[in-house]
Structures are given as C-alpha cells and as structure tokens.
Design a protein. Structure first.
Length: 561
C-alpha cells in the first residue's frame, strides 16, 4: 500500500522547506530509518528519515525547490504499484492553490486602488523608534511541544535542563521530553534567555501547545502570554535576512548545505550528520577518530556501526520493573486507603496499543516444551571462550530469527487487502521498565552472531530503563519475544505486538523427570507459547514453525552452521 510522504515540520517555526539533496532516487529500495533527503528549514539543513519500507515510486519536490509544510514530498510503496490516484489528488490541490492565489492577487489590486484615497501615515515617527518596536517584538520566541515521533500526540516534560533566567544557545538541550515511545532530548532552535516555563516537570500537554518562551531581552511575561493566546503564534517572526556579522557571505554560502559542524575539544572541525552525532554521544565515540565516508568527508550513521562503544557494566539479567509510589500521598475514602498514580504517556500508549491488538486480532496459542540439556551444555562451552558471554534468551532470539527465514508466513503483517511477507527478520525483545515495557528491535537478527545479540540486548536494557532509546531502535519489528523465565514464570501467554503476526512467550528452565527412549530420567525443560494472529498465520503454519524452532534450540550448535 502506497505511503504518501509530506514535507515534514522540522522546527516549531518552519512553514516551508527546501530539499537540499535527495539521497534516494526513484526506483531505489527504501528501508525504515534510512535517510531519504536532506531538507533545508528556516533553521538548519536536517536529515529526513523514512518511516516506511518499500520502493521510492515518485519524487514530487525537486532539489532546490521550496515547498510548504504538509505538501506532497514523495511516495513510497510496492514496486510497480499504481499511484495515479495520489498524483491526481495532488494536482487538484495545486489547482486549488493557484485559484486561491489568483483571488489573493485580485484582492491586492483592489486594496492598492482603495489605499490611494487614504491619507499617508504620519512620518513623524522616527526610524529609530520603529527599529526598537520591531526588535522588541522579534526577540520573543514561543517554544511549543514538538512532535518527536510519527505517532506522538502529546508529550510529558521529564526534566528541564535550563531554568528561568538561564542563557540558551542554539543547539543546547532545553529539556528531556517523554513521548509514547521514549524519552528524548529537545534542542533549542534559538539563542537568548529562558524567560518563561509554561509546562512544569511531570506535566503532559498536546503537541504544538506552548511549553516555554525564549527572548533576547527582559520582557513582560504576562503581556507575552496574552499576545500568544490572542494570535496563537509568534507576533513578529525573526527576519530571514539577519546574518551573523562574524560570518562572511562567502563562508555562509559554502556552509549552507552542511547539516552540522561539531567542535571536538581542539580547534579541529568535524563534519557529522545530526544522527551520527547523536549515536556518537550515546555510545561515547570520539568523532575526531572517525573517518567519514559521506559527502566531503562528512561522518554518517554507517561510519559508526562497526565501532565498538565504550564498555558499560550491566547485569546480565533484567531487573523487575516497579512503580515508585514513595512520594505519592495516600487517599482516604471512608475507612479505605489507596494510592493514585498518574498514568504516564507511555502507560497510556501501551494500554491503547495492546487493547487494539487484543480486540482486533483473533489470537490463538500453541504451547510446546523443549528439552534444554544440549542448550545448557552449549552455553557453558560458549561462555568458556574469553570475553564472551551469552544467555539462553540470546539462543532463543538467534534460533527464532533463523526459523523465521524458513517460515515467512509467521514473519508477516496483516493488512485488510493483503498479507505482507517480510524477507528480513527484525526481532523485538520486550524489556520491562518502571512505566511498563518497551520493545527494542534487533535488526536483521538472523545475520547477527550470538555475542553481538547479547551485547545489543544488554545495551538496550540499560538505555530502556533510563528511557534513552531512539525511535529507530524501537520500531520496525517483524516478530517479538517476551521472556519471563528469569522471574521463575514457567508458562504464560502474551498479546501480539502489532503489526507483527506472532509473539513468543518464553518460560523458565525447570528440572523434572521426563521419558526418553522409554526410560525416566531427570532432564531440563523449557515451555514456550506462540501467540498467532489467525488472520495471517494458520494453526499448521505456526506448528511447523515451532517444529523448526525446536530443532535449533534442542541442538543449538546448528544455529552456528
């Protein structure tokens, strides 16, 4: 199904954007998270990632052409898909816009004719006073709740990193904002003083609602708020013609299309994309030691993928999530006492998504019991290798990934008019945190080694608890695994993480008597339950997948072949 991509709003004041560079051309395959284009806004040139997988079928806005926010940018869909309906609707919108522009032109002509009979404005007002009024109005910047993910409808201020009265530079982190998917850093697009904070820590507001005010000089906050409420926007936007006096016209033109320049301790200037900068910061990678492969030597995401991050001490087990109620005051109702905890954005999103999955997808469950004796011996031998350590969960992830390649129907997604069979395997691993759970994704898990899977899961678990996972790390799963074995749970069922068609629930390893070759012996077993969406995965299909999985888990050396 074709996806219409519109010009995104990449800053709170952005009204139009210019495609500086298309990094994909018509006919190219596009994966979720790949950079589609570099878009020049009123603030900077930024990378624009795709939220979809497919083929780039159409480019509407060519390089260097300005276009308003929400206008058609491009179309992604299946190769050979008919997109004429989307192009015709776009032409109709353009015609409507042209008609509107013609009416506006007529109105302008009439206005000019009427103005000839009006008196001229009193020229007594000095130019200096006019400048002061413009500067005073133009110095106020209203900061609204940004849309930090494609599904975000509201956000919660987790932490303000600046307080009222602090100086703020462009690019500095203003606050940490909790969305429905993660807690993300929010950078300032302005320089000045933080004059007002409209949303306190812990408060939740809708996207585009006012959260703060930044101004160049001291202002009357009450008047500024009145102006904002009456207009709903910035009274006088900053002039696009203002240029930093310290930058010459020649330098400005040369650096116009460079997304980001970072200074690393010394005077050396490092060219890096915004995404590369964020990855380097999270993994503690020194960009000065990285050779960029992008245009003009710019460091891009791919340059950091094979660089090992600094080692972090992490427990191999995921601790039990809990809700902190130590600071909540008890509520009394007659003789009863209870504590109320406000639902977070994440908790509400989880409730909404799981309810939708449970009541829209017809679930059924297949339970099996695997013998784990060989897996236990395999793990002991593997962990005897220096500097390596894997868990049973890593073995399950790798085994599932290989089994899914043989059973693409289980690695599918349901749509009303079709079933999408994914040729790649992205395994989501459920991680419990204080507010609920998140599902970080191991991309192309069938191609990863057991050791790399272990490293990624451990890293995800640590950053999940502090809500530092990036949106691209928790999106795009094709299959999900939920493991409660470390908590002693022997068997359970899970709700499908849509749009996946199945989820595997993994229990604990239990030592018990079993019958092998007509003899009763003590052995180690583990129960797994596969929940399937009956619309896309039939019972026989799910059973065959579990048979294949059984072969890999009971003989784990085969997953290394």
């Amino acid at each position: 199904m074709a996806e219409v991509i519109k010009m995104p709003r990449l800053s709170d004041t952005m009204e139009e954007g210019v495609v500086a560079t298309w990094l994909k051309k018509v006919g190219d395959k596009v994966s979720e998270g790949e950079i589609l284009a570099e878009i020049e806004t009123d603030k900077a040139t930024m990378e624009f990632e795709s939220f979809y997988d497919g083929t780039l079928l159409h480019i509407e806005i060519q390089e260097g052409v300005p276009a308003s926010v929400d206008s058609l940018l491009c179309i992604i869909g299946d190769e050979g898909e008919d997109i004429s309906q989307y192009l015709s609707s776009s032409e109709q919108d353009l015609q409507t816009s042209n008609d509107s522009n013609q009416l506006d032109l007529v109105d302008q002509i009439n206005e000019q004719e009427n103005s000839q009979n009006e008196e001229l404005i009193d020229p007594v007002l000095e130019n200096e006073n006019i400048s002061e009024i413009q500067n005073e109005a133009g110095s106020i910047d209203y900061i609204t709740m940004p849309r930090l993910s494609d599904t975000m409808e509201e956000g919660t201020i987790s932490t303000w990193l600046k307080k009222v009265g602090d100086k703020v530079s462009e690019g500095e982190i203003l606050a940490e904002i909790e969305t429905d998917k993660a807690t993300m850093e929010f950078e300032s697009f302005y320089e000045g003083v933080l004059s007002h904070i409209a949303v306190q820590e812990g408060q939740t507001v809708k996207v585009d609602e006012l959260i703060a005010i930044i101004s160049e000089n001291e202002i009357d906050v009450d008047n500024a708020l009145k102006n904002y409420k009456s207009s709903g926007s910035i009274p006088v936007p900053k002039s696009e013609n203002l240029i930093d006096d310290t930058v010459s016209n020649e330098d400005s033109s040369q650096t116009k299309n460079i997304p980001e320049i970072e200074n690393i301790s010394s005077d050396q200037r490092i060219f890096a994309s915004p995404l590369a900068k964020k990855i380097a910061k999270e993994k503690n990678i020194d960009l000065s030691s990285v050779t960029g492969t992008g245009e003009n030597g710019r460091i891009v995401k791919e340059d950091l993928q094979n660089i090992e991050a600094s080692k972090i001490g992490v427990s191999s087990e995921i601790s039990s999530p809990s809700i902190d109620v130590s600071e909540k005051k008890p509520v009394f109702s007659g003789d009863e006492e209870f504590t109320e905890v406000q639902n977070s954005s994440m908790r509400k999103a989880i409730a909404k998504n799981l309810s939708q999955s449970k009541f829209s997808a017809p679930h059924y469950y297949l339970s099996v019991e695997f013998n784990m004796d060989n897996a236990i011996a395999f793990r002991e031998q593997y962990n005897s290798i220096p500097d390596t350590k894997i868990s049973f969960n890593d073995i399950v992830v790798k085994a599932c990934a290989i089994a899914l390649k043989a059973h693409p129907q289980v690695n599918s997604q349901w749509y009303d008019d079709k079933i999408r069979l994914n040729n790649y395997v992205n395994i989501g691993v459920a991680v419990g945190i204080e507010d609920g759970l998140v599902v970080p994704v191991i991309k192309n898990a069938d191609l990863e080694s057991l050791h790399s899977i272990n490293s990624m899961v451990r890293d995800y678990a640590v950053r999940a608890k502090s809500k530092k996972l990036r949106p691209d790390e928790i999106e795009g799963s094709t299959f999900t695994i939920s493991n409660l074995g470390m908590f002693g749970i022997q068997e359970f069922t899970s709700i499908i993480n849509q749009p996946n068609s199945a989820i595997l629930s993994v229990g604990s390893i239990v030592k018990k008597p079993v019958v092998i070759n007509d003899k009763v012996i003590v052995s180690n077993t583990m129960k797994l339950t596969l929940a399937c969406d009956h619309r896309s995965v039939d019972g026989v299909t799910g059973s065959l997948f579990l048979q294949t999985l059984k072969g890999y888990i009971e003989n784990p050396v085969t997953i290394l072949v």
